[in-house]
Ligand binder design. Sequence first.
Ligand code: ADE
Ligand code: ZN
Length: 342
Amino acid sequence: MATATTDLAAFIRGLPKAELHLHLEGTLEPALKFALASRNGIELAESTVAEVEATYQFHDLTSFLQVYYPAMRVLQQAQDFHDLAFAYLTRAHADGVRHVEMFFDPQAHTSRGVRFDTVISGYRSAIVQARREFGMSAELIMCFLRDQSAEYAMATLMEALPYKEWIIGVGLDSDERGNPPSKFAEVFARARREGFLLTMHCDIDQDNSIEHIRQALEDIGVDRIDHGTNIIENDALVELARSRGIAFTCCPVSNSFVTQSGKSEEILTLLNRGILVTVNSDDPSYFGAYAADNYVALTNSAEVTIDQVVALAKNSFQASWISTARRDAFLLEVDRYVGDNT
Ligand code: ADE
Ligand code: ZN
């Protein structure tokens, strides 16, 4: 049994896991931001890493997004998107991440004149390189920006159709206030007909959180929910999510930035109630925590047993959009790791 804190952190880092809630644009580290700005002849207001980090003053989702979206202007060419994704995949590999399903926000780029195929071809080549070099698997989930119109989301879905083979599912992110799931019902229905799997953010402690979770589950029929721990306030919805095996991709460190609480107790209560909760990093460069750091943060902020840590890692594979054969192989890998390290 791993006991000391450092042993536990090392155990967590080596534990095979999948990451299911990761925004590629949220992995932009300040050093890479400077390199890309220089490559593309873009002048930045900040000139040191410390100056960039000083702009990370988040107290809620909106204040985070106000810093997050403008930073993306350094991403211009396919090589930039490749470098961003490959840097993340390299970092995740070191954290025991064996499989990752990564969000990207095409509209954050097409809206400033970068072509859809520039974005996706850069991300795709990084995935192929990570598979070749680390044996790691990665998929893309295309998110629509919920503070933009449903028409723009539908047009983006149409633009993505030629790249279907490279996109496993669609999601919904950005500012939830006043932008309920129902706004995108038609877009998600079309995405489903096109064969995409469905997920969407139900961010923490939003206005109408419960109604948004209800719409996602009952009206849209999502396969997963990103965040969504407010479901704990409604027993009937918890039971619905449990009976359907709906996964919740939780992000403790992100939670602590945008709501001042990691929501660890909620995550563990849902785990104990049989909900498929997973631990993820959301926007690791902004919140200073990659996959393993989020597991460690959870264990630091609540009473968590090794068995619960292992259950969370297993959940990450159970909730992944992979074949049954690969899922079984990953679960066996977890069991072997636990057997060798406890
Ligand atoms: N974009 C990046 N991270 C996000 C989050 N946690 N919620 C909504 N939109 C996001
Ligand atoms: Zn997110």
